[in-house]
Each structure stands twice: as C-alpha cells, then as structure tokens.
Design a protein around this ligand. Structure first.
Ligand SMILES: [Zn+2]
Length: 85
C-alpha cells in the first residue's frame, strides 16, 4: 500500500510539473509578445521619432516617419533578398 501511495505522490508531482511547464510556456509567449511590441516602440536612431508599423509590398516593417529607414525582421529581409536574385 505504501508503494501505491508513492506512485500517487509521483503522479501528483508529474501533474504539478506539467502545470509549471505550461505556465513557463505561457510566460515565454508573453515575453515574445512584449518584445514584439517593444520593436514598434523603437525610435529612429537619426531623428529619435518612434517607428511606425506598416506593410509595403507585402513586407511588414516599422519605418521612420521621416524616411530615415525601417526595421524589417530577418525572415522578411531574407525573403526580400531572395526575390531580388
Ligand atoms: Zn528618422
């Protein structure tokens, strides 16, 4: 019987662990979401104005309203470079 109790104990432990994992994953997603939002809070290095999110030619970017440049994520940049070839 003591063995059964131990098994139940480890089962409960597994459930607890799974819950923690789920919580950690959720936290990761929240962090990623926060980082994404931070990108749109990025200021232009030239004029310090906040970049504006927009989509041009199907590419999502955050661009300086004064036209100094734009932040494009790496995947989008790579697909752009590939299209040029
Ligand atoms: Zn600028």
């Amino acid at each position: 019987m003591a063995d059964d109790k131990d098994r139940l104990g480890s089962k409960l432990h597994d459930v607890e662990k799974a819950r923690e994992d789920q919580w950690a994953r959720q936290r990761d997603e929240e962090l990623v979401e926060k980082m994404r939002k931070r990108v749109s809070q990025t200021a232009c290095p030239h004029c310090k104005q906040l970049l504006v999110a927009k989509t041009e030619a199907g590419v999502h970017m955050h661009a300086c309203p004064q036209g100094h440049g734009a932040w494009v994520d790496e995947a989008a940049l790579k697909s752009l470079l590939k299209e040029r070839k």
